[in-house]
Design a protein around this ligand. Structure first.
Ligand SMILES: *Cc1c(COP(=O)(O)O)cnc(C)c1O
Length: 408
């Protein structure tokens, strides 16, 4: 589906505000009036399309944002949530009950990992963690109790790209739901085009892009989205991970520039990754031919948006990683902070931050070294200058000195 153009799909939506504004009006109400008591009853029964009931169920602002994200992800519908974790937990609890199982990639966001490993067992839901691109291992983990295969299209923090078409064939063979977290690769990868049944984003990251709010979205069939919002048994309606309308309006405005931002994040990250690799540093970026997912990424990504804004670099040890990050922050090259998708570069050491929920021995098995720094590369206008200044910091800290011997 190389010729799928998600940015055009967003562009083609047209909204007017209440007074002809170029942005839709923000709905600033928690509840809605009905002209007749009968319509109120029908709405509760789910039979009054287009009527608003109560803002935990739906708001006009949230529906506008959901519609744009469904267009981007090429799904029939979407529902926005208060956070990415709100989206993930609602999807899983909608799909799984006591006794059910999940087969999940072991390289996933730390919060998702902790949810599956520590919290869901309390509800009798068991997760088997696998190397998601080892299809034999994935298939062997499927049991009659399995309901869901779960992965991230580009994994956190190792940036492995999941072979979505191959995994989706397995999920169809065993009649499972294939759930994909696409947070690292909006516009770049369209999981629904490769067989994903449910696509999730943390809007907190690239999509909103201004590190000023948390948010999430679930993109899926109309039937699944209706089920999530059902007043009697819908996880979104009953667990209450509702996005505020004011935030939805803000995120929709930021979504307008996502295609420009993604191109710039990718351009800058590719530039730095190539330079770092030439310098003999241990860098991991899916846009490098040396990356183990390079071919998969090429095969499944949409054109135009490059290989994304995330890269990792091994500083050799945690001490050096910490020293380098502190120095780069002091030199104003970015912020020592978790999260991603900001205009400014953000960096953190995943082993002691975003992936710290994962036990040490499992981190090692995954290939997560303790000197690893995860970068979310910013929108720097002059990335060459950034490169030179980062290299100065590395020289100062002594990063890369011992690596010439290891990397030929
Ligand atoms: C941040 C993140 C989440 C969680 O999203 P929140 O908005 O922080 O709840 C889930 N998945 C991935 C890949 C993330 O990066």
């Amino acid at each position: 589906m190389k010729n799928f153009h998600p940015a055009d799909k967003i562009q083609d939506l047209q909204y007017f505000g209440e007074f002809g504004g170029v942005n839709p009006s923000i709905s600033d109400s928690s509840t809605y009036t009905f002209l007749s008591a009968k319509t109120m009853f029908d709405t509760f029964e789910g039979n009054a399309d287009g009527c608003y009931l109560y803002s935990r169920h739906a708001t006009p602002s949230n529906l506008y944002l959901a519609q744009a994200l469904a267009a981007m992800e090429n799904t029939e519908a979407a529902n926005v949530t208060a956070s990415g974790m709100g989206a993930i937990s609602a999807v899983i609890l909608q799909l799984c009950k006591n006794g059910d199982e999940i087969v999940a990639s072991r390289t996933i966001y730390g919060g998702t990992y902790a949810l599956m490993k520590n919290f869901l067992p309390r509800l009798g839901i068991k997760t088997r963690f696998v190397d998601i691109n080892n299809l034999k291992e994935v298939e062997a983990a499927i049991t009659p109790a399995t309901r869901v295969i779960y992965c991230e299209s580009v994994s956190n923090p190792l940036l492995e790209v999941a072979n979505l078409p191959a995994i989706s064939l397995l999920s169809k063979k065993y009649d499972l739901k294939f759930v994909v977290d696409n947070t690292f690769s909006p516009l770049m990868i369209t999981p629904a085009n490769h067989g994903a049944d449910v696509v999730i984003h943390s809007l907190t990251k690239f999509i909103n892009g201004s590190s000023d709010t948390v948010g999430g979205v679930i993109c899926a069939t109309q039937e699944f989205i209706d089920a999530l919002r059902n007043v009697n048994d819908g996880a979104c309606m009953l667990l209450g991970p509702t996005m505020d309308s004011l935030r939805a309006a803000g995120i929709l405005k930021n979504l307008r520039t996502l295609h420009i931002r993604m191109k710039q994040h990718s351009y800058n990250a590719q530039f730095l990754a190539e330079r770092f690799e030439q310098d003999g540093l241990r860098v991991c970026y899916p846009g490098l031919q040396s990356h183990r997912s390079y071919e998969v990424m090429r095969a499944i990504s949409n054109s135009q948006f490059g290989y994304g804004g995330m890269l990792t670099l091994d500083a050799g040890s945690l001490v050096k990683a910490n020293e380098l990050m502190e120095m780069m922050q002091k030199e104003n090259l970015g912020y020592l902070a978790v999260s991603l998708g900001f205009y400014k570069t953000l960096f953190s050491a995943p082993g002691t931050s975003t992936s710290s929920e994962i036990p040490l021995e499992e981190q090692e098995a995954m290939g997560l070294s303790d000197g690893m720094i995860r970068f979310s590369i910013g929108l720097d206008a002059n990335i060459d200058r950034t490169y030179s200044r980062m290299k100065e910091c590395m020289k100062h800290v002594g990063v890369g000195e011992e690596q010439g011997e290891i990397v030929m």
